[in-house]
Design a protein around this ligand. Structure first.
Ligand code: PRP
Length: 229
């Protein structure tokens, strides 16, 4: 993909997913010493660090892999679910220790597996049509996939779908809606992604960020280990 911001002194562009992952990312960046966006509340969508070396692109989470694949951002943070669903081609230099959850197949508690086993064409509601199609195709099941944008758990409740494929974190949403997990499709956590051209053209700036994050994460892990006697 074309790298449009490749001048040697160009700021490092980082796509940050608006919402819950943004707060955890910025906490990690602060602890690791990565320059943070300057204080600015408002509607601006590109926020520069005080020293100008990093520009943060405030993106919709599902768009982060697109920004990064096209080189509109050099780095980005997203969940593995978003990345795999996007089918975008990027480097994945670092897994991040937050955003843990899983992508699951779930079904009504009173008939957990019957649609998958016995129906020739189960209807499956999901925000992840690509990953869902992969899952059923790999098992030779001819599923009809119904793409939704949210509140996927409604599917079986209102007769729209037999099954759902959705994110499960605490499991509370499934339980509250009479659903149970029947398969784990993907274990998920946050990941730092990099544009493939930028990874070479802006190597020094990217290494500086990735290096700080790696050192901080290694130190945090070491501090969490029980002391040797
Ligand atoms: C996500 C996901 C589940 C819920 C899982 O939804 O799609 O609905 O969180 O969390 P839990 O296992 O801790 O209950 P989100 O809050 O993003 O809203 P959405 O349903 O509108 O996508």
């Amino acid at each position: 993909m074309t790298q449009r911001n490749g001048a040697p002194d160009a700021p490092l562009m980082i796509a940050l997913p608006k919402g819950r992952l943004a707060d955890q990312t910025l906490d990690l960046f602060a602890a690791a010493g990565v320059p943070l966006p300057g204080r600015e509340n408002g509607r601006r969508l590109i926020l520069a660090s005080d020293d100008g070396t990093v520009h943060y692109v405030m993106a919709k989470p599902s768009d982060v892999p697109t920004f990064v694949e096209y080189g509109a951002a050099d780095l980005g943070i997203c969940g593995l679910d978003t990345l795999r669903e996007s089918r975008r081609h990027v480097y994945e230099p670092l897994l991040l220790p937050f955003g843990f959850c899983r992508l699951c197949l779930a079904a009504p508690a009173d008939r957990p597996d019957t649609p998958l086993r016995y129906q020739s064409q189960p209807r499956v509601a999901t925000k992840y049509p690509n990953l869902t199609a992969d899952f059923f195709r790999a098992r030779g099941v001819n599923a009809e996939i119904i793409a939704l944008n949210g509140s996927v758990e409604l599917g079986p409740l209102v007769g729209l779908a037999d099954l759902i494929v959705d994110i499960v974190e605490s499991g509370n949403t499934l339980k509250a809606n009479g659903l149970v997990e029947t398969r784990t499709i993907l274990e998920i956590q946050a990941v730092l992604i990099a544009n493939r051209a930028a990874y070479h053209l802006k190597r020094a700036a990217i290494d500086a960020v990735v290096g700080r994050l790696r050192r901080h994460l290694a130190a945090s892990e070491a501090a969490a280990l029980p002391a040797k006697k």
